[in-house]
Design a protein around this ligand. Structure first.
Ligand SMILES: [Fe+2]
Length: 242
């Protein structure tokens, strides 16, 4: 199945999975490469993920939560740094995890705002709702010489959200990192490897399972990196502020 090179404004598996590149899909071919390069530098300032129960040091990250309003096409930063994932969805690293908030200048940049609003509009419309909650995961996976990094240490899984989108911002000196989409019986349906900046894949989480293969340093000498912005979309639900 497709390596991510085709642009798909249409879902590639029924209404469940989309692959493409944001430069065409979101910016209609007119995207400032300098803005992409500036955004990509933000991955140099992430923190070690100390919640990996396998003791690995291959993941660095920051986190943000936003609220999207369809009528005003606006995003509000909720300034929450606690990410909760039930053990039913993440049996390896579930529970409440706290991360440093994503840099405000990155979040508010026109490039990131346009990507977030594009997919938010699409998914709010698909779900027939006026607002969505977004969970943003700015993640770097390291492939160190002799030590593979695991993009999905929980293996084949669901994110436990309504829609999910992975956008690549950088991939350097790296092998592996192939995304695999499965049906709900965990039969593989397609694979896609994001290679170029702003390659993406999105999926309707209840319809599929997914996983990403381990990454390794390509030259075996220097550390390889895979920089992803993971965006999860949930129908917004009221909850008590603590
Ligand atoms: Fe996932």
């Amino acid at each position: 199945m497709p390596i991510i090179k085709e642009i798909s404004t249409e879902p590639v598996l029924g209404r469940s999975v989309w692959v493409g590149n944001c430069i065409q899909e979101v910016f209609e071919g007119a995207c400032d490469s300098n803005a992409i390069a500036i955004a990509a530098t933000s991955w140099a300032d992430l923190d070690a993920d100390n919640y990996l129960r396998d003791g690995g040091r291959y993941r660095r990250r920051r986190y943000a939560e936003l609220a999207y309003d369809l009528h005003t096409s606006s995003l509000t930063d909720l300034k929450r740094n606690e990410f909760f994932q039930s053990n039913a969805y993440n049996h390896v690293n579930g529970g409440t995890r706290r991360f440093r908030l994503i840099d405000d200048a990155f979040l508010q940049s026109p490039l990131i705002q346009k990507i977030l609003k594009h997919f938010s509009h699409r998914f709010a419309t698909a779900l027939g709702v006026a607002s969505l909650e977004l969970f943003l995961h700015q993640v770097r996976i390291l492939g160190e010489p002799g030590i593979n990094g695991l993009p999905t240490p929980e293996g084949i899984h669901k994110d436990g959200v309504d829609f999910s989108c992975q956008v690549l911002f950088g991939r350097h000196n790296l092998s592996g990192g192939k995304s695999i989409i499965y049906d709900n019986e965990k039969n593989p349906l397609m694979t896609a490897t994001m290679l170029e900046p702003l390659d993406f894949y999105c999926f309707r989480d209840p319809d599929i399972y997914h996983a990403v293969t381990p990454v390794a340093s390509e030259d075996g000498i220097k550390t390889g990196t895979r920089d992803i912005l993971g965006i999860e979309f949930c129908v917004r639900r009221e909850r008590a502020e603590s």
